[in-house]
Design a protein around this ligand. Structure first.
Ligand code: SF4
Length: 342
């Protein structure tokens, strides 16, 4: 009989699993705590569970998780993890230390169907959705490696998370559970390129989760050229959902704006951006494009980035320029390609 994989089960499901195994429901909560709070990987380490019960568990269940294939360290302290999935695909996660924060950028899909023109993942095409356990285990493995708590999670790795919403939301529920890692939902951000039907579902169920929208251009025609899915998902529709998110969550939305040299970085572009976000409580993150071999885009000039920022602020809300991290290990935004080691 196939063993039940426990990573990815939430607290209720582990209680039911315990009952099915002839145990009290509280055993399920114990297992939940061992796996998600303590990060243990074998039943033998569950020291408050008797040896008999542990060997019964080992016969019927597994704590399999992802296979760590490779870890690369950047000179700036960023680490990139390459994980192997059971069916031969690969995904990457990036761990970014900054002062008090330790942020993990997780993947939600192997590959991505969105095919954004500036993104290395987009070139891979879509392979499949990650299951809940494959998302949560990126967190468990990275935390184990870091040896300290991860303070923030961003779904900005490989994939479009709103197209794998059920598994993404369940992973967030496990990671924020008080019996587990208890990371506040306010510290978890889901980033989307804006697929309206999926964004609507996310906004309706997000609660306190953060929302970042990869806008990248407020000019419909330019946006369509760099984000093919923008053909079907217009800027006004995206803005309506952004507004609804701020009303339901009471939080600001983040707009990610990719500065592509000569494409999205002019003052005319800044004016369009100000108009598009008018009336929506938000933060704007300007991301300086990281060159990817074979892609036809240039890094913006530093001077143009500063002029763009200074035009936006104080005409609009808070604006930050996102520092690129892990460039030397291809771990920066848009650079994740699930490359297998040589
Ligand atoms: S930028 Fe995001 S949504 Fe676009 S192809 Fe890359 S991973 Fe997919």
């Amino acid at each position: 009989m196939e063993k039940t994989e426990l990573i990815g089960l939430n607290r209720k499901e582990l209680e039911k699993f315990a009952v099915r195994a002839g145990l009290e429901p509280f055993r399920g909560r114990q297992i939940f705590r061992w796996i998600y709070q303590e990060g243990i990987e074998t039943f033998d380490s569950m020291t408050d569970i008797s040896k008999n019960i542990r060997s019964g568990l080992a016969e019927n269940a597994s704590i399999r998780g992802l296979k760590l294939i490779q870890r690369l360290e950047s000179i700036d302290g960023t680490s990139k993890f390459l994980f192997g999935l059971y069916d031969g695909y690969y995904v990457e996660s990036v761990l970014i230390p900054e002062k008090q924060r330790l942020t993990l950028c997780v993947s939600s899909q192997a590959g991505c169907a969105m095919a954004c023109k500036f993104c290395a993942t987009g070139r891979l095409g879509f392979k499949r959705n990650l299951d809940t356990g494959e998302i949560v285990d990126q967190f468990l493995k990275a935390r184990k490696y870091a040896g300290r708590d991860i303070t923030n999670i961003v779904f900005m790795g490989m994939g479009e998370p709103t197209l794998n919403l059920k598994n993404v939301l369940k992973a967030c529920e496990i990671i924020s559970d008080d019996f587990g890692p208890s990371l506040s939902k306010k510290r978890i951000t889901v980033s989307t390129v804006g697929v309206i039907h999926a964004l609507k579902k996310f906004v309706s169920s997000a609660g306190k989760l953060g929302l970042a929208i990869s806008l990248h251009s407020a000019d419909e025609e330019i946006r369509k050229k760099i984000i093919p899915s923008a053909e079907k998902n217009t800027i006004p529709e995206i803005m309506a959902e952004a507004k609804r998110y701020t009303e339901l969550s009471g939080r600001r939305v983040s707009f990610e704006y990719l500065m592509l040299g000569g494409v999205t970085d002019s003052i005319a572009d800044a004016k369009k951006l100000i108009k598009a976000i008018h009336g929506i409580p938000c933060k704007i993150n300007l991301i300086i494009y990281n060159p990817v071999d074979g892609l036809p885009f240039d890094k913006p000039r530093e001077d143009d980035v500063l002029k763009f920022r200074d035009y936006l602020y104080p005409r609009t809300y808070a604006v930050t320029i996102r520092e690129s991290r892990g460039l030397d290990i291809m771990g920066a935004c848009g650079q994740l390609a699930g490359l297998t080691p040589d």
